[in-house]
Structures are given as C-alpha cells and as structure tokens.
Design a protein around this ligand. Structure first.
Ligand SMILES: [Zn+2]
Ligand SMILES: [Zn+2]
Length: 190
C-alpha cells in the first residue's frame, strides 16, 4: 500500500506535466515578486522624497525572495508612512489656514482672544474696529476698504487705529468732527 502511494507520487513528480506546472508556478511567483518590488518603489515615491528610502523599501521586498513575499509585503504595508506626501501637504495647508483664522480673532496689540463685534480691546485699548467716515458703520481696522459702503479709507481714518499700536486715546477731535459731517454724495439723478 505504502509502496503503491510512493510509486504513484514518484510517477506524478516525474511526469512532464508536473514539471511544467512547477515551472509555471516558479515563473509566476518570480514575476509577482519583481512586480511587488517595483510597486513598492512607486508606492514609496508617493510617500517620501528620499531616494535611499525608496530603494531600501524595494530592496526589502527583493531580499525577501518570492517565498517570503507573503510575509515581507504585509510588513512593508504596516511600517510604510501611512500618509502620502500629497496628503501631508494638504494637512499642513489646512493647519496653516486654521492658524491664520485663529489669528484673525486675536487683538493685534496684545493677542487677547477677541469676539466678533468688539470695537476695542478691553485689555490694551487697541482699536479693533474703526468707524467708516462715509457710512458710519464699523468694521475691522485692518481693512483698507469699508465692507459696507466700499469707500476707501483715507490715511487718517486708519492712522488712529494702526495694527499693533496700542492706542489709549481716541482719534483726534478734528477727525471725529470730520466724520460727523454727512458723506459727500454723488448726484444719482439728472
Ligand atoms: Zn489688546
Ligand atoms: Zn462705509
């Protein structure tokens, strides 16, 4: 019985069909292994700008041989940088934008967190908003154009509320007088 099985296996192994199948499997495995190394190199290119790291990753797959590929590939997938370079850049951009956004809510004089609509910093008296000389509405001092009436702010109008300049005195009286005057209007009809 045992002899029968042994000889059957021997017959099978020596058959040209099995030899061909083994060759196909070997070629397929080798092709898969080389393709995996190439894919690893390309995958790493999207994750790092460092050539030695890319070559190292591809080399890791190459030294694993086709036999250990099922082991080396999952290990690579586990240890590779999980973010691509493009993802990292967009994350960085979002972070910078949110920082810039946070800066907009701080007093330019003392960095106190301010709230929308505050005209003046309660801590250092820096003017946060300024009154439009034309329409009389208030808006952020750093704006060079009134968002309400689109008039451009003159030098004096914004001089009293320069960014980063803690001003404890209100704008000059002459300027206040001037602001009370009705804005010159262009004749719309006729
Ligand atoms: Zn302040
Ligand atoms: Zn205005």
């Amino acid at each position: 019985m045992t002899n029968g099985i042994t000889s059957a296996i021997g017959q099978l192994l020596s058959s040209p069909l099995v030899g061909e199948a083994a060759t196909i499997v070997a070629i397929g495995g080798t092709a898969l292994w080389l393709a995996a190394a190439w894919w690893t190199y390309l995958d790493m290119t999207r994750r790092t700008g460092s050539e030695p790291i890319r070559l190292g990753a591809a080399g890791w797959i190459l030294i694993s041989t086709p036999l250990l590929l099922p082991l080396s590939l999952p290990i690579y997938l586990f240890v590779r940088p999980q973010q691509t370079a493009a993802q990292r850049e967009s994350d960085e951009l979002v972070r910078e934008l949110s920082l810039a956004d946070a800066d907009a809510d701080r007093c330019p004089g003392c960095a106190l967190v301010t709230e929308l609509g505050w005209k003046r910093c309660p801590a250092c008296a820096t003017w946060l908003e300024t009154e439009c000389a034309d329409c009389g509405r208030w808006s952020r001092v750093e704006l060079s154009i009134c968002p309400w009436c689109a008039s451009e702010r003159d030098a004096l109008g914004s001089a009293g509320v320069l960014i980063g300049l803690p001003l404890s005195v209100p704008p000059p009286k002459a300027e206040l007088e001037r602001r009370r005057e009705p804005a010159p209007r262009l004749a719309r009809l006729g």
